[in-house]
Design a binder for this molecule. Structure first.
Ligand code: URA
Length: 288
């Protein structure tokens, strides 16, 4: 039976669609027919509302695959659509916004209060660096220093990241640095799933706007968010992966390196792969 116009479900759908429109996804239009029939709770209401996203680009295969001779990814590592009831056609995860820019994304983010992290933050940490960079580093979320300054990776872990970037023969201004969540989680805890779900679409848009040649995930949260998987980073660290057509590599987070300096050599090997991919000179230590 159709839901009355003011039912809680209808209100929830309306709020969710407004949220997607805040993210720049949409506009939503009436009359699309490809509503999944299997989800009997939400599909009829969505169909009745006539509000389903307009998607501008075809689906890009989304897999956790090595770029060479990769077997098909198991279903368990495939990203889940953000709106599970719209099962045919591309998911919102695939939606790309033509002509999007970091400025527009920042504007859409606004003085965000979409999740509980806004309550404890001082400054939103949107991202920093070159909007045209071929290389993007994605961390987890701001810490105390980042929250105070509104810039990513400026604390102790950030100083180490800066050294790593410089060891690659680059400057911070040559790359783009951002995080999965834009507000500091209290006590530097890991961001919770609802916070990641709410904030990560802005990250997806940032990446689509920059269109980097290589994305480096710093730590498990970035890796798991971009590949929409719960798998441990350890099996994938240092391997070329595919995030929606972008080359992606996951490595240890600099904060982990501060606690485990012995792992720095692994990270350096990973970064050398990135340098080779970007055509940067890989310096070899001089023979003594
Ligand atoms: N750790 C992160 O993941 N991001 C930052 O910006 C700082 C520390």
């Amino acid at each position: 039976m159709p839901n009355p116009p003011d039912s809680p479900l209808r209100e929830r759908i309306k709020q969710r669609l407004e949220f997607y429109e805040d993210l720049g996804l949409g506009p939503f239009y009436r009359g699309r027919t490809s509503i999944a029939t299997h989800d009997r709770t939400i599909a009829p209401a969505l169909a009745a509302s006539g509000l389903v996203p307009t998607l501008k680009q075809p689906s890009v295969p989304k897999t956790v695959l090595k770029t060479t001779a990769a077997p098909p990814a198991p279903a368990s590592v495939l990203p889940k659509p953000l709106v599970p009831s719209v099962s045919s056609g591309p998911s919102l995860f695939d939606a790309r916004i033509e002509g999007d820019s970091l400025l527009k994304i920042r504007e859409d983010l606004g003085e965000c209060t979409r999740c509980k992290l806004h309550r404890g933050r001082n400054k939103i940490v949107f991202g920093d660096g070159s909007p045209q960079s071929q290389l993007v580093f994605v961390g987890e979320g701001p810490g105390a220093d980042e929250d105070a300054q509104g810039l990513p990776f400026v604390g102790r872990a950030g100083k180490l990241l800066t050294q790593m970037i410089e060891a690659m023969g680059l400057q911070r201004r040559d790359v783009y640095i951002c995080n999965v969540v834009k507000c500091r989680p209290p006590g530097n805890r890991q961001p919770e799933p609802d916070e990641v779900e709410t904030c990560s679409p802005f990250l997806f848009r940032q990446l689509d706007s920059i269109k980097p040649k290589v994305i480096v995930c710093l730590g498990a949260t970035a890796f798991q968010t971009l590949l929409q998987t719960n798998r441990s980073i350890s099996h994938y660290r240092g391997q070329w992966l595919d995030y929606r057509g972008y080359k992606m590599l996951a490595t240890y987070h600099p904060a982990y390196l501060l606690r485990n300096p012995a792992a720095k050599s692994e990270v350096w090997k990973d970064l050398q792969k990135v340098m080779a991919e970007l055509g940067l000179e890989v310096k070899r230590p001089k023979a003594k």
